[in-house]
Design a protein around this ligand. Structure first.
Ligand code: GDD
Ligand code: MG
Length: 358
């Protein structure tokens, strides 16, 4: 079996992190986003994953070359000359993907427990041309909304509806039979607007309800809430991957080589990346520290993402959705609330309301 991951777009909503690396390579719970997906595909026997990219292919290729050997799975990139949307890339990659078998298609910014084997079984059982995963959300307006019957047959697919249609949405994970290639032309095309609605009308599109959590982690607030959901899921499925002991509260992941000082309180919903150094008396809550970042003694970091190799001084305070790019410096005793700080910048005065530091 094969799989295609849609990796296009510039990741603008995850800036300033995506100034330093393409979105799929940004670490989510200490693992590149796309690796969560590739590992899960490899686990159900997918032998080749095609990444449909329209920018920075070399960085992605270099990173994945190493992983490909480790996982024993072939990873190739399919480069578009112009953005081909969410269906066009399937046509571009048809010769890699089409081996006569159903194949997986994934949006690169979604995460869940990836129930791929259950999808394969369901797809066989229904004889569908396409099987989508469906999940429930509170604000369906920014998603593709799905109406379906008890057996999972989709009657209607409405992308980004203007008015309320329903609260079950497309989770961005598909298993498609090769017949779908005949529905797509070699031009920029939206699978959600131009392909799925027709398949729904022809009753060949089915959906399977996603058990467990789901998150679209393509922007900072969702990245943080998705982290909490993913850690909670790991608590059930792989508790050994979470930290325990004295300074830890709730679900926390700490890279093996990270250093945590004395008298800290860490958690819940915290990820500390590889090579991070956390000083004494630090309080971390609902935050991610990306690799190599350092938090000075007695600082407080809540609801924030600290970029790679950034440095927060002593007695500093980050809260309310701060996102620091790579190599940012927050001086000692500075208080930042809702600050987005671009890579290599230094902040030496308080920021009391949401602001972008250029
Ligand atoms: N290769 C390539 N080329 N990939 C692209 C392109 C392109 O031109 N445009 C978008 N993508 C990729 C994105 O990187 C992402 O992985 C995926 O296609 C979906 O695009 P988004 O821009 O993230 O779409 P969305 O989040 O607004 O909506 C989609 O995802 C929702 C779930 O998160 C839709 O599939 C919705 O129906 C769905 O509910
Ligand atoms: Mg998205």
């Amino acid at each position: 079996m094969k799989g295609l991951i849609l990796v296009g777009g510039f990741g603008t909503r995850l800036r300033p992190l995506t100034f330093s690396k393409p979105k799929p390579l940004v670490e989510f719970c200490n693992k590149a986003m796309v690796l969560h997906q590739i590992e899960a595909l490899a686990a159900v026997g997918v032998s080749e994953v095609v990444l449909a990219v329209n920018y920075q292919p070399h960085i992605i290729e270099q990173f994945l070359a190493k992983e490909s050997d480790k996982l024993g799975i072939k990873i190739t990139t399919s480069l578009e000359d112009e953005p081909m949307g969410t269906a066009g890339p399937l046509k571009v990659a048809e010769k890699h993907l089409n081996d006569g078998e159903p194949f997986f298609v994934l949006n690169s910014d979604v995460t869940c427990d990836f129930p791929f084997q259950a999808m394969i079984d369901f797809h066989k059982k229904t004889g569908a041309e396409g099987t989508l995963l469906v999940t429930k959300v509170t604000d369906p307006s920014k998603f593709g909304v799905i109406l379906y019957d008890e057996g999972g047959k989709i009657n209607q697919f409405v992308e980004k509806p203007q008015h309320f249609v329903g609260d079950r949405i497309n989770a961005g994970i598909y298993l498609l039979s090769p017949g779908v290639f005949d529905r797509i032309e070699l031009r920029p095309t939206s699978i959600e607007k131009e392909v799925f609605p027709i398949m729904a009308k022809e009753s060949t599109l089915f959906c399977m309800e996603l058990p467990g959590f789901w998150a679209d982690v393509g922007q900072p607030a969702d990245f943080r809430s998705g982290t909490a959901l993913n850690l909670a899921s790991l608590r059930e499925s792989a508790p050994d991957t979470l930290a325990s002991g004295e300074p830890i509260e709730g679900n926390v992941m700490v890279a093996p080589d990270a250093v945590i000082g004395k008298g800290c309180r860490i958690g819940p919903d915290v990820v500390v990346g590889p090579g991070c150094i956390v000083g004494d008396g630090v309080r971390l809550v609902r935050s991610t520290l990306l690799g190599g970042s350092r938090i000075g003694s007695n600082s407080y970091v809540a609801d924030s993402i600290v970029g790679w190799s950034s440095k927060v001084g002593e007695w500093a305070r980050l809260c309310n959705g701060c996102v620091l790019g790579e190599d940012v410096s927050i001086k000692s005793e500075v208080c930042a609330s809702g600050a987005t700080v671009l890579p290599h910048k230094s902040v030496s005065a308080d920021i009391m309301s949401p602001k972008i530091v250029l």
